[in-house]
Ligand binder design. Structure first.
Ligand code: ADE
Length: 239
């Protein structure tokens, strides 16, 4: 496969959508391999415990280092010269962006570690970083219950950038946030009919003047970005 993906979670059924749609077809073709693993496979006690109370006190539970250590050693044996990139979705990670998606799409082996509760004992990533690249990433400034949905989001963004996975390669190249639109938002789009419920498609799009169409799209892109995402127009300005 062009891309191998392992996911470790205590809720394997959450990841079922990975096998749907675009990515599902890439898996069926053998272009992508996806294996979802239940973290509890690597517990040894009768209760299959994966968490405990935090040192120092505080609310919630922290995931135990030992099952995570065993899981990572089993999926990516330390003696293997090729190691995956470990992706840990967490609200404390670096922001996930289109640029990060492109980076991950160029990585042959991704290993996702889904945390639940208040997170995973910090020594797990510290130890893993001795042999693999560790990437803690956040989808945005809000808190999900666990990393599972974040993995679905990241994989959907990554999969469509893998050559041959998306039907139309040009559409990925011209998406919002890409160089084709200078990292701005794409403007509005239209299709037939030219008039619908009294609303007309902008004349310029029917004009056949490719230069004017490109100019109009650029204008719309800047206008929408100024209104919705001013931070993208002034990357050095206030966050
Ligand atoms: N897990 C919990 N919250 C998250 C977020 N905002 N992004 C990624 N993973 C998360």
């Amino acid at each position: 496969p062009d891309l191998s993906v392992d996911v470790v979670t205590i809720f394997p059924e959450y990841l079922a959508p990975l096998r749907e749609s675009l990515l599902g077809r890439a898996i069926a073709r053998g272009q992508v391999r996806v294996d979802v693993h239940d973290l509890r496979t690597w517990t040894t006690d009768v209760h299959r415990t994966v968490d405990d109370t935090p040192y120092g006190g505080g609310p919630g539970m922290v995931m135990l280092a030992e099952p995570w250590g065993q899981a990572l050693d089993s999926i990516a044996p330390p003696e293997r010269p090729d190691q995956p990139r470990l992706i840990v979705p967490t609200p404390t990670g670096r922001p996930f962006t289109q640029a990060v998606a492109a980076e991950l799409a160029a990585t042959p082996w991704l290993l996702f570690a889904c945390g639940r509760y208040e997170g995973i004992d910090s020594r797990v990533t510290e130890y893993a970083a001795r042999r693999m690249v560790v990437d803690e990433i956040s989808l945005g400034d809000y808190v999900l219950c666990g990393g599972e949905v974040a993995v679905l989001v990241v994989m959907e963004a990554v999969a469509r950038l893998i050559p041959g996975v998306l039907g139309n390669a040009a559409s990925a190249a011209e998406d919002s946030f890409t160089a084709a639109v200078d990292g701005l938002l794409e403007g509005p789009v239209y299709t037939k009919p030219a008039s619908w419920r009294g609303l007309a498609v902008p004349d310029v799009l029917l004009s056949g003047h490719h230069g004017r169409i490109a100019e109009w799209r650029r204008e719309q892109s800047v206008r929408r970005t100024r209104s919705r995402r001013p931070d993208l127009l002034d990357p050095d300005g206030p966050a």
